[in-house]
Design a protein around this ligand. Structure first.
Ligand SMILES: Nc1ncnc2c1ncn2[C@@H]1O[C@H](COP(=O)(O)OP(=O)(O)OP(=O)(O)O)[C@@H](O)[C@H]1O
Length: 356
């Protein structure tokens, strides 16, 4: 005997259908809504982020094919609509007490300078007088502590009103939590067996963040579970996507951007890193090592802002290695100025969005 035709059966059969670009389930991405059954007729709404989605026809076809595998289905009616992130409701998301704005810095691909941007933007915001926290969500390759001069920091777990809470480390005006503080150490049970999802939720909710204007989440590269966990747990003020001018990094960045749009997180814009190289001994020269204008072109194509372009600079890498962020160590350098301007743009966009 076959299962009854109900909306659960329809969602179950649609669950393996993926967004071809994000390679994530349409059901998981909340793109399938209003499933209705009327006799042998199944109808539902497919919600896209943009009506001009280039993959629209493929997605519709895949959905129809999947639903037709259910016994008893004669007609499949799919209404395709588009919804901007602002229009979407924010169900089930729980803010963090005392934290005003939660932002993410993400990238489609590893090694494009995402942590460098996250750390320097955090410090630059703190330099303007804001209260700032940084959550290193790169659970398996955490390097924010080293970049923030906190490689040897010890963090404390305290008894809070609602269970144990972690006290963040602090440097250059920024509070930091990272898995780097907790691995290879004898920690209480709550931090053991770190399922990624659970650890990230603990980093959000079981940390004594106190009053913060900005909590910046440094995501691991890619479009994985950490992004899903954070975006589905807390209401986010926005995300900045870091890319380099190379085509592959740009393509991957584009994928990351779409994922956040789909998850209802406003995309604040793109940061292009390693945009050009100025030789220290020839400061009037500029070399576009990885090509030029990629970030600008992608931002334009996708209808998002270019938040800034950061040059390739030896001081920037050295600052990361030595734990003195360039906005502290060499505030006059071209890359520090670019990072300060990016921080300013991010703050401006967040306050404009908050007024909307
Ligand atoms: N504009 C730049 N100029 C010089 N060096 C840079 C620049 N941006 C990043 N780097 C260096 O490149 C390396 C990778 O940067 P970073 O760790 O920030 O990248 P990531 O995208 O966070 O990497 P991961 O994928 O490991 O998370 C670091 O050594 C960093 O100091």
């Amino acid at each position: 005997m076959s299962d009854p035709l109900d909306s659960k059966a329809v969602l179950d059969v649609l669950r393996p259908v993926q967004d071809p670009e994000l390679q994530k389930s349409l059901v998981e991405l909340n793109m399938i809504r209003n499933v209705a059954i009327d006799g042998d007729r199944v109808s539902f709404t497919l919600v896209l982020t943009t009506p001009a989605c280039p993959l629209r026809e493929f997605i519709v076809e895949d959905c129809e094919k999947a639903v037709r595998t259910l016994p008893g289905v004669e007609t499949v009616n799919i209404e395709v609509t588009a919804e901007t992130p602002q229009q979407k409701a924010l169900p089930d998301r729980q803010g963090i007490d005392g934290v005003k704005n939660i932002l993410a810095i993400s990238s489609g691909k590893g090694g494009v300078g995402k942590s460098t941007v996250a750390v320097n933007v955090a410090v630059a915001l703190a330099q303007t007088g804001a209260k700032v926290g940084l959550l290193d969500a790169d659970i398996y390759g955490p390097n924010d502590p080293a970049m923030l001069g906190l490689a040897d920091a010890e963090v404390m777990v305290r008894q809070g009103q609602n269970g144990d809470v972690l006290e963040p480390a602090f440097n250059y005006g920024v509070k930091l939590v990272s898995m780097a503080f907790l691995i290879d150490k004898d920690q209480p049970v709550i931090w053991r067996g770190p399922m990624l999802n659970g650890v990230i939720r603990q980093f959000l909710y079981q940390v004594q963040w106190g009053e913060l204007d900005y909590l910046i989440v440094d995501m691991p590269p890619g479009t994985g579970d950490a992004q899903l966990t954070v975006a589905q747990a807390v209401p986010m003020a926005g995300v900045a996507i870091v890319t380099t001018p190379q085509t592959v990094a740009l393509l991957d960045g584009r994928k990351g951007l779409r994922m956040f749009q789909q998850l209802n997180v406003p995309v604040l814009g793109i940061v292009e890193n390693m945009s050009y190289f100025i030789p220290p001994d020839l400061p009037d020269k500029q070399y576009d090592i990885f090509g030029s204008g990629g970030g600008e072109k992608t931002a334009e194509e996708l209808g998002v802002s270019l938040l800034g372009c950061i040059p390739l600079e030896i001081n920037l890498r050295e600052g990361g290695d030595s734990g003195v962020p360039i906005v502290i160590g060499h505030p006059e350098s071209a890359s520090a100025k670019a990072l300060q301007e990016i921080a300013r743009q991010i703050a401006a966009k967040v306050s404009v969005a908050a007024l909307a």
